[in-house]
Write a protein that binds this ligand. Structure first.
Ligand SMILES: Cc1cc2nc3c(=O)[nH]c(=O)nc-3n(C[C@H](O)[C@H](O)[C@H](O)COP(=O)(O)OP(=O)(O)OC[C@H]3O[C@@H](n4cnc5c(N)ncnc54)[C@H](O)[C@@H]3O)c2cc1C
Length: 292
């Protein structure tokens, strides 16, 4: 994904990508028309470098330093009773265990998602070796592979899951996007999707303001739109996805049974479920089309 984005950026001569810089400080004086950030390179003697710009967009993930150094709280909560285990596995779940490309597991303990992500695994198989597909597993507890040794784990991490949103998506000349702005549970893959939508929308609004000379208030509208989209849609979708898999209270079980029953019998229902996704991007902030 990084490679794809870098290749696209090479087509934009005004864009420069710098690796190895850690954002450590910000000076956003409301009386000035620029904002200054300080970054640390860990390469003495000139290991602190500063940059000035009209705006800063903090896209530095759920532990965002941009958000923290701007004193913007990350509201709501983190699930403290369990950690999620994310694993990339080389194993043919389809052939060996009869899985479909995307599998959601409904279970009080072993709820989660196992999905096919790549035809040829990590691409490091030697010539003549069977190419083993790669799958991604996101589970709270993992017992399904117990007793097996015929799989290879490429990457695994246990991580806390958040359902959190920054108290503000814009403060002064600083905007937040992606996980720096919002972080949700991974069931339904809405974290990455929401961040990509933020990038699209914030990019449109910045272009209109910086290049098109439109009012700075457009950026406030854009920031509020992205934050509201997460609070009103993305977070609710992600929570209902997760509740449906792992919650076995009487009420949740009844709601789940009705949901699956409708999914199996009502041909219109999948469209209704999918239509919630449209609301993840209520406004695109594309340049309005000029009327002749
Ligand atoms: C273990 C795990 C598994 C996940 N699995 C899935 C999944 O299967 N599907 C899905 O849709 N989502 C998944 N997510 C969520 C998804 O990864 C995020 O929603 C997405 O990566 C957010 O993108 P982002 O660019 O906003 O932030 P990130 O991907 O977190 O990128 C932030 C970047 O900022 C850099 N950075 C951090 N601090 C600084 C600093 N001070 N200065 C400079 N740079 C800094 C980091 O090095 C990083 O490169 C998972 C998350 C985790 C933690």
């Amino acid at each position: 994904m990084g490679g794809l984005i870098l290749n696209e950026l090479k087509k934009c001569p005004s864009v420069e990508v710098k690796f190895g810089l850690r954002y450590v400080g910000i000076d956003d004086d409301p009386k000035k028309d620029f904002v200054r950030v300080m970054c640390h390179t860990k390469k003495p003697p000139d290991d602190d470098v500063s940059y000035e710009g009209s705006y800063v967009v903090g896209t530095d993930g759920a532990n965002s330093s941009v958000r923290r150094l701007s004193c913007i709280p990350f509201d709501c909560y983190t699930f403290s009773e369990f950690k999620m285990i994310g694993t990339n596995i080389l194993f043919d779940f389809e052939k060996r265990m009869g899985y479909t490309p995307i599998n959601f597991f409904v279970d009080p303990d072993e709820w989660g998602v196992v999905a096919h992500t790549s035809e040829h695994g990590d691409g490091i198989e030697k010539d003549g070796e069977e190419k083993i597909p790669q799958w991604r597993s996101e589970v709270a507890h993992s017992k399904s592979m117990k007793g097996r040794i015929d799989f290879k784990i490429i990457r695994a991490e246990a991580y806390w899951i958040h359902q959190r949103c920054a108290a503000k998506a814009r403060k002064g000349k600083i905007m937040l996007a992606g996980d720096a702005l919002h972080s949700n549970n991974p069931i339904g893959d809405l974290g990455l999707t929401g961040g990509i939508l933020d990038a699209f929308v914030v990019g449109n609004a910045l272009t209109r303001v910086v290049k098109g000379g439109e009012s700075d208030s457009l950026l406030t509208d854009c920031a509020n739109s992205r934050r509201d989209a997460w609070l009103n849609t993305t977070s609710k979708l992600a929570m209902s996805n997760m509740t449906r898999l792992g919650n076995f209270g009487d009420n949740e079980a009844k709601i789940r049974d009705e949901f699956f029953s409708r999914l199996n019998t009502d041909p219109e229902f999948p469209k209704i479920v999918r239509s919630g996704l449209d609301k993840m991007i209520p406004e695109t902030f594309e340049k309005p089309v000029a009327v002749a």
